[in-house]
Design a protein around this ligand. Structure first.
Ligand SMILES: [Zn+2]
Length: 154
């Protein structure tokens, strides 16, 4: 493992400097991400809670072109976000796995659901967002940046 942090302080993965694989629960969807992670966000918005069935969605952001499907093609569900852009969620209906997130407001980025990666342990959270709707039974790491709604763009 290369100990140097990548962008946004995320440690690089051990499998090459920036090569990650993942899949859905039934393995019908298999993918590869070859770029460097931009950051990892835990989103506590109500949409992510409904999508995951839990308190938050843990998402690793990559450049959209870094993602390559190796098997299958996830179904897309789009919903109007509060920012006025359409938020996309891509999932595999057969096993119910939520895999990728995106927005028409940021088409050059893709959010990979951390739990769908083959080794989610190499990533570190950079921010909690939408803490305004965080559930009291869902723990927040107080050492990590928190935003009541979306993270302001730099
Ligand atoms: Zn969310």
């Amino acid at each position: 493992m290369d100990p140097r942090p990548g962008r946004a302080g995320i440690p690089r993965a051990g499998v090459g400097p920036s090569h990650f694989t993942g899949q859905c629960l039934c393995s019908a969807i298999q993918y590869e991400v070859t770029g460097e992670p931009i950051g990892m966000v835990k989103c506590h918005c109500r949409d992510c809670q409904r999508e995951t069935g839990g308190g938050q969605a843990a998402t690793v952001m990559f450049t959209a072109e870094d993602l390559e499907m190796k098997s299958g093609s996830p179904k897309v569900f789009a919903i109007q976000g509060e920012t006025g852009h359409e938020a996309f969620r891509r999932f595999w209906p057969d096993c119910g796995s939520y895999l990728f997130a995106g927005s028409t407001g940021r088409p050059d980025f893709v959010g990979v659901q951390a739990g769908s990666l083959d080794d989610p342990s190499v990533f570190k959270t950079n921010a909690h967002v939408w803490t305004v709707s965080a559930q009291h039974w869902d723990l927040l790491d107080r050492d990590i940046s928190q935003f009541e709604r979306t993270r302001p763009r730099k």
